[in-house]
Design a protein around this ligand. Structure first.
Ligand SMILES: [Zn+2]
Length: 113
């Protein structure tokens, strides 16, 4: 890698630049927060609780992954997206099912009256 201060080439695992003596701290970059990862985890959790929130968070997470190198937990965002869609589809199916039964009951009752 290259020193971010003087631009000279240094060892990839260097903590201090041998040319200018400044701390380059590569380990700090690894600890850098990954907003896409946080969103992916939240999206995954919410996909079970609130499908719509999970869907939105997962889409935002996947968009953020496109703009960054760190791809950790990207699978979680994809899973959150799929689970959100599936659970929303299930909710729609259940609603249709419940309303069709309610409609059938209403018809049966009205025919009795
Ligand atoms: Zn340097």
């Amino acid at each position: 890698m290259f020193c971010k201060f003087c631009g000279k080439e240094i060892a990839d695992d260097a903590v201090v630049c041998v040319h200018c003596g400044r701390a380059v701290k590569p380990q700090q970059e690894e600890e850098k927060s990954n907003p896409a990862k946080t969103l992916a985890i939240l999206g995954f959790v919410f996909s079970f609780l609130f499908a719509l929130v999970g869907l939105i968070l997962s889409i935002i997470a996947l968009n953020k992954y496109k703009k960054q190198e760190d791809q950790s937990c990207k699978g979680l965002a994809t899973a959150g997206l799929i689970i959100s869609i599936v659970s929303m589809a299930l909710v729609v199916i259940v609603y249709i099912y419940v309303f069709s039964i309610a409609g059938a009951y209403a018809n049966a009752i009205s025919s009795l009256l």
